[in-house]
Design a protein around this ligand. Structure first.
Ligand SMILES: [Zn+2]
Length: 333
């Protein structure tokens, strides 16, 4: 049939029926210990792989590369200190190149008890690569992580925010227990394309630090005040609590780990500004930029009683209920 290929795309009843059924049935999640909402704050430790993935020209851009290196030099150590202070554990997605270049960083992340997920080898945009190159990217990612002592990851987050249908097959064949690359729901769900099914822990740009704070010398950006990010995440948290679901925050250490992430500990002890017993009104989360953002997100904005709990990784497709294989940060309301 002549014409643009998108004109030849027709609905596939087997797939659309799946999503119609999913929407109709509205499964209910039960979080451990009767908690009303689950929060994960995850980190992508891209380091220099992020500019490398933009093209060969970036191999010869040492200034841009140094900006990305901030991730492992300053960002990760700050995050590890913060999570240690509050006894929280989470998931870091690490490209294989980062692990090979900075094995001490990976060692430190694991030493603090965090999970490490697969994030490609050099953060390649898979839609620009053929199947063999994609397979190589995934296998090199595994090999690099394992070579520095990481247990073979069970979770995958696709670099650059896109996959191809061939990638789906590779991810399935690699035996991952879960994926965190899609955006089809704001709860854990089964992502399905044909006969491929993946347990999905979805993300969205609205809960990603890059759109708020990222700036690139070539592509620009519109950095926001920290309060804007805080308002969005807090709003999402409140809705998630009302709906009994989870939120998944995606951060990059070179972004969130800069000084806007610092927080006055006294302010943490004062409690989040939006709690009912807080003297600050809902519309004025804080007047002090320095006390908002990362630590506020991690601690202050998520409620006064935080626990972390390791949930065993299930086999998602044989489990009757979808469960959350990441380490959970649970919030008691
Ligand atoms: Zn990344």
């Amino acid at each position: 049939m002549p014409g643009p290929s998108h004109l030849n795309v027709t609905p596939r009843p087997a797939d659309t029926a799946h999503w119609a059924d999913w929407a109709r049935n509205q499964p209910v999640w039960r979080w451990p210990n009767g908690k009303k909402v689950a929060v994960t704050i995850t980190f992508d430790v891209d380091a220099e792989t992020a500019p490398y993935a933009l093209g060969d020209a970036y191999v010869n851009k040492p200034s841009r590369l140094s900006e990305a290196r901030f991730s492992v030099v300053r960002g990760v150590p700050r995050i590890l200190d913060l999570f240690k202070r509050f006894d929280l554990h989470t998931t870091f997605f690490v490209p294989g190149w980062t692990a090979e270049a900075y094995p001490h960083v990976v060692e430190s992340i694991m030493g603090h008890g965090h999970e490490i997920g697969h994030h490609g080898y050099v953060h390649s945009k898979v839609t620009d690569a053929d199947v063999d190159a994609q397979r190589d990217e995934i296998e090199r990612g595994f090999d690099a992580l394992v070579s520095v002592g990481v247990p073979r990851p069970t979770g995958y987050r696709n670099p650059m925010g896109e996959m191809s249908f061939e990638t789906l097959e590779l991810i399935r064949d690699a035996g991952f227990h879960y994926d965190s690359s899609f955006l089809g729901d704001d709860r854990p769900y089964i992502e399905k394309f044909g006969d491929i099914e993946l347990l999905e822990l979805p993300w969205h740009w609205s809960l990603d630090d890059w759109p708020y704070f990222g700036y690139d010398g070539d592509f620009g950006g519109t950095p926001q005040p920290a309060t804007a990010w805080y308002e969005v995440v807090w709003g999402e948290f409140e809705q998630a609590r009302d709906e009994g679901r989870n939120i998944n925050i995606v951060c990059h250490p070179e972004i969130i780990g800069r000084d806007r992430g610092r927080l006055d500990p006294d302010d943490v002890r004062a409690g989040p500004p939006c709690r009912a017993d807080s003297p600050r009104p809902r519309s004025q989360p804080t007047a002090r930029r320095s006390v908002v953002t990362f630590e506020k997100l991690a601690i202050g904005s998520l409620g006064g009683h935080i626990e972390q709990r390791r949930v065993p990784t299930p086999n998602p497709l044989s489990d009757e209920a979808i469960r959350f294989p990441l380490r959970l940060i649970e919030v008691q309301n």
